[in-house]
Design a protein around this ligand. Sequence first.
Ligand code: SF4
Length: 361
Amino acid sequence: MSFATETQALLYTPAVAQATAALRARLRGVVPELEWAVHAPYVEAIQRLKAARRAVILAHNYQTPEIFHGVADITGDSLALAREAARSTADVIVMCGVHFMAETAKLLNPDKTVLIPDLQAGCSLADSITGADVRLLRQRYPGVPVVTYVNTSAEVKAESDICCTSGNAVEVVEALGVPRVIFLPDEYLGRYVAGRTQVEVILWKGHCEVHERFTAEDIALFRKQWPGAQVLAHPECSPEVLAAADYVGSTAGMTAHVERTRPARVVMVTECSMSDNLAALFRDVEFVRPCALCPHMKRITLPGILRALQTLEHQVEVPAHVAGRARRALERMLAVQPAQHSLPSQPSPAARLPEGERRPS
Ligand code: SF4
């Protein structure tokens, strides 16, 4: 098969319509008819090229439905993608997510080609801290282990003792068996963890630009506008938002909660595409969609994925002097007991919480 890169008009022909009919049926009501005619030729072309390249496509829960349901082989939250990346036997991994996720895939698959369709797909949270910041914190708190959320660069992971995700943060903190940890970089996730463990947690004031936008007033408004709706919130939201929610958990936790409880109506206080992707799976649940788009996640598109497979760009590399230490922090996380789907819901009254750290100016 040719990996031709010349721009060919991709048309919604009867053959393409037939090849994508089952997917079209699954996404009815989620992806508008007019849009589908644009997406379907790309879906069909990507599926063919993916097989020829012996590639696997990983997509985060915040990817749009035509990517998440249309071309991805493996979907999930950061933890699921990290685990699956570690097990992959494909020659090529295409990460439909942001840059730190592609770095994680590369760290766990150093001999494979890892591609990200858009190099500009970054993350405000990952950008809130550098390796030099972590070294300064270690000087300030000698001997205190550093637990780092996976939403960080490889450079920051390399300075850390262990990584965690929003799905396993409490287990990871407690697995260390120490009285105090430095938790980086998400302040709100760190506060949430601190409220659910006896371990003292030193925080950093990093935030996700998507989740920090939600307020407790928004939650009150949602409840007024959509009576009876269950409110599910991601722990990257502020403590006030989490206190006002009915359920708090990672994106995997939210999915499991919806699957288990089948609420008639639900508000997902997280990135927009999460609701779209679940709406295609749970037809009996009404998803209210307060829209908070992650501009970084939305840089990944079907044309970009096709181009990545055609050109094998952009390849993600991690310098050797960083990779070994960063991989060790990830592997320590993966060795911790499999994550529960959600964080415990009842706060521990004994939690102590120092003031959040700031990057020295
Ligand atoms: S949703 Fe937030 S944490 Fe996730 S990639 Fe976007 S900015 Fe980063």
